[in-house]
Structure formats: structure tokens, C-alpha cells
Ligand binder design. Sequence first.
Ligand SMILES: Cc1cc2nc3c(=O)[nH]c(=O)nc-3n(C[C@H](O)[C@H](O)[C@H](O)COP(=O)(O)OP(=O)(O)OC[C@H]3O[C@@H](n4cnc5c(N)ncnc54)[C@H](O)[C@@H]3O)c2cc1C
Length: 178
Amino acid sequence: MNADNPQDKSTWSTFWVKIWRGTVAALPVPRHGHEALEYIKQNTTGLAERFQSFIDWTPAGSPCDIDEMKYWVPVPFNNRRGRVTLAGDAAHPMLPYRGQGCQHAVADARNYVDALFKVWYGGEEREAVMTTYDVEMIERGGEAVKQAAREAELSMSPETVSKMLMVKKGHGRLAQKV
Ligand SMILES: Cc1cc2nc3c(=O)[nH]c(=O)nc-3n(C[C@H](O)[C@H](O)[C@H](O)COP(=O)(O)OP(=O)(O)OC[C@H]3O[C@@H](n4cnc5c(N)ncnc54)[C@H](O)[C@@H]3O)c2cc1C
């Protein structure tokens, strides 16, 4: 979009994300480019018109990439006496169904800075402080990863989609326990 002339839609770029259950290994077409776009068009029908038209109207030649969304539940790791740690998606990549990945990354960053201050200015012992950071991050991040995976499962069927927290409660604050 041209910020000086936002009404000029010829300068707009639009992107969409289509999510389905599957593996890239099972794809009958290349993951990128024209064939990937045609594959999605041919295998995506019956969405509500507003969403369907995004896909149907995507011009040939538009960039298109198919990939897997990966996640893992964080587990305790050796923090090398408090000198190594993790934050954000590197620690707890989660599916986007609860809209919490960035929130947890920000919470990690805040907690990490607090921990550094305790070590640098509070004179607290580094290994103990960073281990406390790690334990909290793993528990909080792990809960969010699992919650997002449950949300993903519920989203895959018209029978269960109304049970999603995203439907019932919208975006949550940091993997609230519900
Ligand atoms: C479709 C989708 C929707 C989402 N919606 C939401 C939402 O509504 N709300 C929400 O809170 N979160 C959402 N998220 C999640 C959010 O985007 C991520 O959790 C967040 O961006 C993670 O931040 P990060 O800094 O940990 O990692 P990233 O944003 O991935 O940043 C990592 C950076 O490191 C760089 N990098 C990688 N390797 C190297 C290297 N070797 N050297 C130097 N740099 C390197 C990368 O280029 C990147 O810039 C969504 C994610 C997706 C995919």
C-alpha cells in the first residue's frame, strides 16, 4: 500500500493463509509457486464467499508457499550455570490458534531483563536467577503450546469449532488456565 495514497488499491498487496491438516511429504505438487497455488485453488472450495474469493481471485503468478506449522512443548535444558537460555519461538513455538506466541515472547523478554537486573544490580547468583527464569518460561510457554494445539484440533471440524477458546473468549492473556 502506498502510504501517501492509501485509496489507490493498485498499490495494495494482500496475503492470505490457508491452514489444513496434512504433511508436505504427502503433497502431490511442489511446495512453491504456480503449481502450489493451483493445488490450493483446486482443493479449496465451499468457504464463505469472502474467504473463497481471496483464493479464487489470486492472480496466476502470485507467490505461494506451502509449509508445515511446527511446534514443540519446551522441556528443561542445561543452562550452563545460567549462561544460556531461550526465549520466544525459539523456546516454545506454538500454533497461532490462540494468538499468544508474540505475547509470550514479550513476557520472556521482560522476565529476562528483570533477571539480568537481579544479577547485575541486585548481586543475586546468576545460575539461581536464570534457572528461575527458565522454569517459569518452560511452564508458561508449555501450557500455551498445548493450549494452542488443542485449539487447532477443535478448529478442524465444524462440530467442534464453536468450542474453541478463540470463539468463546477471543484472544487470551498468556495462556490463562481455563
Ligand atoms: C499465521 C500466524 C499468526 C500469528 N498470530 C499471532 C497473534 O495474533 N498474536 C501473537 O501474540 N502471536 C501471533 N503469532 C506468533 C508470533 O508471530 C511469534 O510468536 C513471534 O513472532 C515470535 O517472536 P520471536 O522474536 O521469538 O521470533 P521471530 O519473530 O521468528 O524472530 C526471530 C528472528 O530471528 C531471525 N533469525 C533467525 N535465524 C537467524 C540467524 N541465524 N541469525 C540472525 N537472525 C536470525 C529471523 O529472521 C527473525 O527475524 C502468529 C504466528 C503466525 C505464523
